[in-house]
Design a protein around this ligand. Structure first.
Ligand code: AMP
Length: 378
């Protein structure tokens, strides 16, 4: 209704922006009909939504036809956002970390509109500002706001020996000592500890960041991943970042076939003997058996962690399993989290579903369409 007035398109996380436009793509004809008639479809029953919309919607056949024609002329919904909102200047949201996989789709909808990666923060407090907003999200860094809290950094690259030399008296300490804001080194990775004015004391945020430089005297951080270990069966250790790299490699094989990966997650299956990794994919389109097998082998080979590769070779970890999900499965997972009280705008797809998360595992396992096993290690 206010399409000319929209100056920017934004949500906390990039996932919600993509989700909103995917929903639009599903229901656009109905929305045009609603604008034409000036009334909401009867299936919208929520009284607060009906009442809010009744204040802004009125019959506007000219606008409805214009939107209808614009959408009909798009090729595979490329440039949907500027077609709908001609005066939008940019797209804003968190696009780093676990949001990176949604960038391709977001760029498709955005066309030439710039993507601006929003700041780095958490419910526990704001951490850093994106002071170079014109850089593409893949290169975004965040300058730590030095007086918004007290920040410490656990070095992640230090070897145990270096650590022992640092602190020989403390045999029980298995992790390096945290360093202060001014002691971090460029090129090193750290986990952040926050102490804030609200009273959180030395809280481990669980995020891994890399120092890329300094903005004046405050460090600039690149977000790497969540620290918690994702996939492990044996002596292997693969993080969110490792999973992302492996999925990106295999996704290229899908793209060659003009197929699109909608979303993904993983699970370490420890029930079967030997245990193995399970990767769940939701794909837009029909992948052939051959392509799926190639993707499955590629996923397996792209986990380069020495513990994984050696365990695979001696068959202490079984062949990686790729399970293709029915369309709409990740929507069901989102609905599940929302029904438990999560906000859609805060939603981050869990990249690894553990056995304890039985409800989500159940949704995944009961929506498998096809599956295949890797033959990569013979
Ligand atoms: P929440 O506690 O739900 O507010 O989420 C905070 C978490 O979201 C952080 O600890 C990060 O893991 C993630 N996050 C927040 N901002 C960013 C960002 N700019 N880039 C990547 N991840 C982020």
């Amino acid at each position: 209704m206010y399409r000319e007035e929209v100056q920017l398109v934004s949500s906390t996380f990039a996932h919600s922006i993509v989700h909103a436009f995917e929903t639009f793509v599903q229901y656009w004809e109905e929305l045009c009909a609603n604008i034409r008639d000036g009334s909401l479809s009867s299936r919208i029953t929520d009284p607060s939504i009906r009442s809010a919309m009744s204040k802004i919607i009125h019959p506007d056949p000219v606008k409805a036809d214009l939107i209808y024609n614009r959408c009909s002329n798009l090729s595979n919904w490329y440039r949907l956002i500027p077609a709908l909102f001609p005066n939008a200047k940019y797209i804003l949201g968190i696009m780093t970390g676990s949001m990176l996989p949604y960038l391709k789709k977001l760029r498709h909808y955005a066309g030439e509109l710039p993507l601006m990666s929003a700041d780095y923060g958490a419910s526990e407090g704001w951490i850093g500002a994106n002071v170079n907003p014109k850089l593409p999200p893949e290169l975004a860094t965040f300058a730590v706001l030095p007086d918004i809290g007290y920040f410490e950094f656990i070095p992640l690259n230090k070897s145990i020996e270096e650590q022992e030399q640092d602190d020989e008296s403390d045999f029980l300490r298995i992790e390096p000592k945290p360093v202060g804001l001014t002691e971090v080194k460029v090129g090193e990775e750290y986990e952040i500890i926050v102490t804030n004015f609200a009273g959180l004391y030395r809280y481990r945020l669980g995020d891994v960041v890399k120092v890329t430089g300094f903005h004046n005297s405050t460090p600039e951080l690149q977000f790497i991943c969540r620290r918690n270990l994702l996939l492990t069966v044996n002596i292997d250790k693969n993080t969110e970042k490792d999973l992302q790299l492996s999925v990106e490699a295999a996704q290229r094989l899908l793209a060659d076939e003009k197929l699109e990966l909608v979303d993904f997650t993983s699970h370490a299956d420890l029930v079967s003997e030997p245990g193995h990794y399970v990767i769940f994919w939701e794909i837009n389109g029909e992948a052939s058996e051959e392509v799926l097998n190639e993707c499955c082998n590629c996923l397996d080979q792209s986990f380069v962690d020495a513990g994984y590769v050696s365990s695979r070779k001696v068959k202490a970890i079984g062949p990686l399993e790729l399970r293709v999900l029915k369309r709409g499965t990740f929507q069901k997972i989102l609905d599940h989290y929302v029904s438990m009280g999560a906000a859609v705008s805060q939603f981050k797809t869990p990249r690894c579903v553990g056995a304890k998360n039985s409800q989500v595992l159940q949704i995944l396992c009961s929506n498998v369409d096809r599956k295949c096993f890797s033959t990569a290690f013979g």
